[in-house]
Design a protein around this ligand. Sequence first.
Ligand code: PMV
Length: 318
Amino acid sequence: MPAFSATSPGKIILFGEHAVVYGEPAIATPVFSSQANAIVTAHIQGKPGEIWIEAPNISLSAPIDQLEINHPLRAAIQVVIGDKELNQVPPCNIQITSEIPPSSGLGSSAAISISLIRAFSAFLGTRLSDEEVSDFAYEIEKIHHGTPSGIDNTVISHQKPVYYRKGKPFEFLEIGEEFSVLIVYSGKPGNTKEAVEGVRERWQEDPDRYNQIFSRIGEITNAAKVIIETGNPDHLGPLMNENHELLQELGVSSPGLDELVLAALEAGALGAKLSGGGLGGHIIALAKSDAANISAELVKQGAISTLITPVTNRNITR
Ligand code: PMV
């Protein structure tokens, strides 16, 4: 029985989170060492519309029509079948697995949606472009995050480092000199929706101050783009540190994230910042050849888990 499988990487934001919601640029890159997968298998004896979905990570095993209409997994199926009713779809089983920790700034929701959209559309015999996959996934991101900028679905569907500005054509980054980023989990899930809403409330109270912060983050992101494209990635360190301070000013860091950033710098990182929505989740640190040493030092100091990801133009999906 043919199975249709799709795998998607996670992602991290290198620069520009939160400011990107207000029209500033951001830079994000895929994380191939942590991936989500969806497998769709035809269920020969089933009746049309019988779609069974299994997602052991969230202890889910149920027919899709028993999920709420706006459950992200059901919504991802619906977005692929468009105006058709579920009962016009051939019966199938869907298995979803993910190594990407949820609510941690690694794009787990977009990676799951994109794997599901790709595998399910292949099962139906529909070929979607990366752009269409991204647009469909954006609809599901809205269920998760309210008013997402669209960066997660863009970087994960194209699986390349991108320079992204809301509403503008995104650019793939040509990496001048490959470098490694250490990703360190704080042990506490983040909350992107709450963080984005909090920033919006504070921005409404004091737009001038917040606009200034967003615009400085935009300048940092543009400076980082030049460095990434021309080489000398060591020069990204100070930009990461300043970006982290600005995120602190936006109110989206946390004592745990700040401690990890300091610990990474003390262990020899050239720069460090929180990544993603914040209020928990991950920090990233720029390490030269000593990424493994810094990682070991941080684990000694209580970091829960670390990943090292190359920022590269190579597609290294497993
Ligand atoms: O927490 P993540 O990885 O989904 O990143 C959120 C990034 C924000 O800029 C805070 C929100 C967005 O939609 O871009």
